[in-house]
Design a protein around this ligand. Structure first.
Ligand SMILES: Nc1ncnc2c1ncn2[C@@H]1O[C@H](COP(=O)(O)OP(=O)(O)OP(=O)(O)O)[C@@H](O)[C@H]1O
Ligand SMILES: [Mg+2]
Length: 536
């Protein structure tokens, strides 16, 4: 039997509906973000509770409130005169044939509102046991123990974002999503892992010295670690599959564009970089860095402003301190590199984690992520064009998702216009490449890019600007705003967008032993649950 939570009193399609909460219900059981269904004549309206209010039938009652000892009076009032209401926002309707459709009508007065049950949740969000392997359990609705699934096929059709302030569980959510994509072979991933949290083990807060498994540990055959700092990878008990070394020739002026903010580079310095590249082509950076005392003459030779050249030289000199950059004799550079190796792994369906080890500066992260992504994207453009030409299914590139943390540094309004990440976000995976952006400050991301994001997973955010940014382009965002502001500080998130049929708040799936078991078998977590129960 489904539990009745209340009855509809009033409301409108645009503003949402007002429900009177049944007097039998313990009011404190009803929380914002709770998932309920309103049963109409032809449709069930699935809704989220967005606000709660106390009400009285007549204001005079408030003039003479009963004392707690007056239990009889209290009981009488509770029957008729004092009550609580909830604001509901219908997000989706199901007809009798269980077809999902957008909400275009409203249920009649006094329609009954039930707590949603596991059948409802499965009808809306899909079932992990589905043979298509497209559904992946990401958590449970509030106060329910039944999985809400992301539709992985839809997820990979667009770029996606995971947002939330620091410590809310973004990295854990990202690891969950990536595990789903890898396990079900829905996309190959490149993960730019600034803090070495995705590959091997990673620390978890709370219990001291407690660790969780990384993706390489969970899927040894499907994940490769490319390390910029192999010593660090080895110290943490892993062996990098590939040690990254990059020649200076791999750096193009375009890669420097995204460092403009970070290095405080003036546009005249950038123009100088273009001048050098026009003359020395791929060797431009190596030539620049090899100028010591001869900078003035070098500037003259190029017809550039000496001070701008000097500024560019000073700022890019930092690159020499990164030991994975190796000089190659001028002209001897061939375009065969670590990136080709990466492409080979990707072509085989192996996801790649780029570990930064101890090189955790934003400068290094931006530079390396740009260099790699630009080349990989070019490879994908070529592959896609080849496929469009031949139309043979074996030529079709595998979907690629590129995961970046601190995304606002790549996609702020200035960078988004010029850099490869902006291009990928805007071209809507025309070339089979999309982004998974992880960020604690979504307001720093270019508005246009945010509006292109297909699915958003949003943990707690407090800053008004950040909340407004993640709700850009969403109808009736006001209702979701209160839900976002009232999420727990950890392990709770609002899912919205393309990969979920309706917005929903989840208690994030626990990333623990039970999850590892589900990942290591072909069984779904529900089947593992049943299996475990049968064992005892
Ligand atoms: N799904 C989960 N399963 C188990 N533990 C979790 C989960 N989500 C979050 N946690 C706990 O919350 C802590 C913080 O999560 P996480 O490191 O993902 O936060 P974050 O948002 O990435 O923070 P930062 O912005 O600092 O990178 C973890 O160390 C872990 O203890
Ligand atoms: Mg994190």
């Amino acid at each position: 039997m489904k539990k009745i939570v209340g009855h509809i009193l009033l409301g409108s399609l645009t503003e949402g509906l007002l429900m009177r909460i049944s007097p039998e219900i313990n009011l404190e059981e009803i929380k914002t973000g709770k998932f309920v269904s309103i049963v109409g004549v032809d449709h069930a309206f699935f809704s989220l509770i967005t606000d709660l209010t106390l009400a009285v039938s007549h204001p005079d009652i408030l003039l003479f409130p009963p004392t707690p000892q007056e239990t009889f009076l209290n009981d009488i009032l509770r029957k008729k005169d004092i009550y609580a209401t909830a604001q509901l926002k219908p997000m989706l309707m199901l007809n009798k044939q269980q077809q999902k459709m957008p909400v275009k009508t409203i249920p009649a007065h006094f329609s009954t509102v039930y707590e949603a049950d596991s059948k409802d949740v499965a009808a809306i969000f899909g079932n992990e046991d589905d043979v298509s392997k497209r559904y992946f359990n990401i958590g449970c609705p509030l106060d329910m123990n039944t999985p809400v699934c992301l539709d992985l096929d839809k997820l990979t059709e667009r770029s996606n974002g995971i947002f939330g302030k620091t410590g809310t569980g973004k990295t854990f959510l990202t690891r969950l999503v990536l595990a789903g994509l890898i396990k079900n072979d829905k996309a190959v991933n490149i993960i730019f892992d600034m803090h070495s949290e995705y590959g091997l083990q990673s620390r978890t807060e709370g219990k001291s010295q407690s660790f969780v498994k990384g993706l390489k540990t969970l899927f040894p055959g499907k994940v490769a670690i490319f390390s910029l700092d192999p010593d660090s990878t080895r110290r943490r008990g892993g062996m990098p599959d590939v040690e990254i070394s990059l020649p200076y020739q791999a750096v193009q002026v375009d890669d420097i564009l995204s460092l403009q903010d970070e290095l405080n580079l003036h546009s005249t310095a950038l123009e100088c970089a273009y001048l050098i590249a026009a003359k020395y082509k791929k060797d431009w950076l190596q030539v620049l860095l090899s100028q010591g005392d001869s900078l003035k003459e070098f500037a003259q030779e190029l017809g550039a402003h000496p001070e701008s050249i000097a500024a560019l030289f000073r700022k890019l000199k930092r690159i020499e301190r990164l030991p994975f950059f190796k000089p190659v004799a001028q002209g001897a550079y061939k375009d065969h590199s670590v990136i080709d190796q990466m492409m080979e792994y990707i072509a085989k369906g192996t996801s790649v984690i780029v570990e930064f080890g101890n090189f955790t500066s934003t400068f290094c992260y931006l530079l390396v992520a740009n260099i790699i992504t630009r080349r990989i994207h070019q490879e994908y453009v070529d592959k896609t064009e080849k496929f469009l030409g031949s139309q043979r299914s074996e030529d079709e590139p595998k979907k690629l998702m590129i995961c970046i943390e601190e995304a606002h540094k790549f996609l702020n309004p200035a960078a988004a216009r010029q850099t490869i990440f902006g291009i990928i976000a805007r071209e809507m995976r025309k070339y089979y490449v999309s982004l998974l952006v992880v960020d604690q400050r979504p307001s720093g991301i270019d508005q246009e890019i945010i509006s292109q994001i297909g699915t958003k997973i949003v943990a707690q955010l407090n800053d008004e600007k950040d909340i407004a940014a993640v709700l850009t382009g969403i109808n009736n965002a006001a209702n979701l705003r209160t839900i976002l502001a009232s999420l727990d500080t950890k392990k709770q998130a609002l899912l919205l967008g393309h990969a979920v049929a309706m917005p929903v708040v989840v208690q994030t799936r626990e990333y623990d032993e039970h999850f590892y078991r589900a990942m290591s078998t072909t069984l779904t977590s529900q089947q593992v649950d049943v299996g475990i129960k049968e064992l005892f």
